[in-house]
Design a protein around this ligand. Structure first.
Ligand code: ZN
Length: 311
């Protein structure tokens, strides 16, 4: 075992046991090693929780993927995306081992929150997401957690996605949400603040800590059941290698066919426009210009709000 092997020490695991019984909540950051604000938010949460009376148990994992974090990259040295190999294996490469270690902890939780950003290559609008779980009780809990987190967009997506931390939670019937905000290679303290507030809100909503939920917005709900929904990396794939030069901004409303930008292959002097596949709001952009054929360049969210009363 080297010093980057997944363990409680390298992951910075902190456990807060309450004197009274209550739910067991797991919060992870750093599943991707280049997503820094969530890591700092979880460390700040650790400081806040020292002064809170806790019911149940809160487990914080600020550096869920130590090997990737030590490289400052999305992935560890085996170049596998941790968010695609869950539940992992104790005998596989480093990323499989990390997934295995985390899967055990997810299954032992009653509720799970997984904090992300777009990392160094992507930028995303702030959102709280979950899988559209087949058990209505789990789904209702996930909606309540997403609402309490208080990001402006709530996105329910396919329950079929495999390999994610949330896939493990789904299979164990553990209500779980993930959050995304920002990215693009900078550091934004407002994301740290909103994630810290969001985690405290969810803990308060679940009765783990005694606090008022700090409501600042009424989130917009979008729920999409098609099988690829929630898979950010497959939308608007680059037609060839080159530089992606977007001509839209996050949050911009586009019609089907509107240009999102172009991919410019400098050596072959080919510039290919990227039209929006459908109308909606620009949810994600690949903001690091260098892209390979097949790289997902943008996600356009179809903004027909879910009618909760119709279900
Ligand atoms: Zn991530």
């Amino acid at each position: 075992m080297n010093d980057q092997s997944p363990s409680s020490a390298t992951m910075g695991v902190a456990v807060f046991d309450g004197v009274e019984p209550g739910p067991r909540v797991l919060i992870t950051a750093g599943i991707h090693g280049d997503e820094f604000e969530p890591i700092v938010a979880v460390r700040q949460l650790q400081v806040v929780l020292r002064n809170e009376a806790i019911r149940g148990r809160v487990t914080l994992i600020p550096i869920a993927n130590p090997s990737a974090f030590n490289r400052g990259l999305r992935t560890a040295e085996d170049d596998l995306d941790l968010a695609r190999v869950f539940p992992g294996s104790p005998t596989g490469s480093i990323t499989h081992q990390t997934a295995f270690e985390l899967s055990e902890r997810i299954r032992q939780a009653d509720y799970y929150l997984d904090l992300h950003t777009g990392g160094t290559r992507l930028q995303l609008l702030p959102l709280a997401g979950y899988m559209l779980h087949s058990d209505p009780r789990v789904l209702a809990k996930q909606r309540a957690m997403a609402e309490a987190f208080q990001l402006p967009l709530i996105w329910g997506t396919s329950a079929e996605l495999q390999g994610r931390s949330l896939s493990v939670a789904r299979d164990a019937n553990v209500p779980a949400i993930y959050v995304e905000h920002g990215g693009g290679g900078s550091f934004d303290f407002s994301i740290v603040e909103s994630y810290l507030r969001g985690c405290l809100n969810v803990l308060a909503m679940l009765g783990v800590i005694e606090r008022q939920v700090d409501c600042r917005c009424t989130p917009t709900y979008v729920e999409e059941r098609h099988s690829n929904s929630g898979h950010l990396q497959v939308c608007h794939p680059a037609p060839h290698n080159g530089l992606f030069m977007p001509c839209v901004q996050l949050g911009q409303v586009v019609d089907q066919g509107d240009p999102l930008g172009t991919v410019f292959n400098v050596s072959k002097n080919i510039e290919t426009p990227i039209p929006a596949e459908h109308a909606g709001i620009v949810l994600m952009l690949h903001t690091s210009p260098s892209v390979s054929e097949g790289t997902g360049l943008a996600v356009v969210l179809q903004t027909n709000p879910r009618l909760r009363s119709s279900e």
